[in-house]
Design a protein around this ligand. Sequence first.
Ligand code: MG
Length: 344
Amino acid sequence: MNLYTYCLNLIDPFGISRGTRSQVEILLLNFDGGWGEAAPLAYYRETVESVTAKIHEFLALDLGDLDLVESATDRLEPGTPVNQSAKAAIDIALHDRYARRLGKPLWRLLGKAPRSEMYSSFTIGIDTIDVMLQKVEKAKDYAILKVKLGKDLEQDIVVMREIRAAVGDKTIRVDANGGWTLDQAGRAIKVLADLGVEYVEQPLVQGSIMELRQLKRMSPLPIFVDEDSIVSQDLPLLIGAVDGVNIKLMKSGGLSEARRMVALAHGLGFKTMLGCMIETSVGISAAAQLAPFVDYLDLDGNALCSNDPFDGVRMDEKGRIRLSERPGIGVELKKDVVLTPREC
Ligand code: MG
């Protein structure tokens, strides 16, 4: 087992309602030939140190026959979702390892044909109105934009009017990262509906399920949650409160639980989107293996960075994702990249 630390540099500072980052430290795991990644997030009470310690703790367990990937990951800490990205790193590495040994791309082993056109949105982080408009201009080739809002309602409304005027009828989604009150969300969503936005993600702070029910009753737009849909146990609580859920490997603890979430979400009548954190091609390529199973994709975490150390799933200038025929999750360390081993 080799664990490495890597600092991703963002092309532009990346702002959401809770703050702005220009560098993100992630962990890369090579476990018996399979690559995995953890992207620790302070919001989910994770640090690089806590996740490093968890990965070491998990890998000291007897995981049984590593080819039985789901049984192996079931042996990792169940229950309270903390240090989920540590689980994700191991679960992704085990999936990659197994599919590589079989010489098949993982998506083929999962058995669902990709749609001919699978587009990811490209994310516009919060900044001044002028800078957000410059980012939109730079992203003009992408077919779908996801705009981060939720820091200042008045600015949100102004910037969305300007963006709509700038991009014509391009598909736009919005993510408030829990930054609005119920009243603010009601006001914002009316304007966003008039502007032809497709759907709104996490309008209210995590845990506001009763308020989400009220909002959904009056909302002209579909409402998705992200921070409120971490693992499959969260989904039944969302019935009647949302129209869709954002599923991410770093929240679910990897592909095994993400697959359970996709199946359950569809069974409960929710739309599904596959999202990501700021991650390398390892995390993004792993998530992309599930692309055929979900309704919407938001897999641009590596595209926001200038120094992705891996080649993996390809996204063209329009945001179209193509799954490769490379074995495993289809990643390869770029030539000349030297990863730094992470000590305990
Ligand atoms: Mg989100």
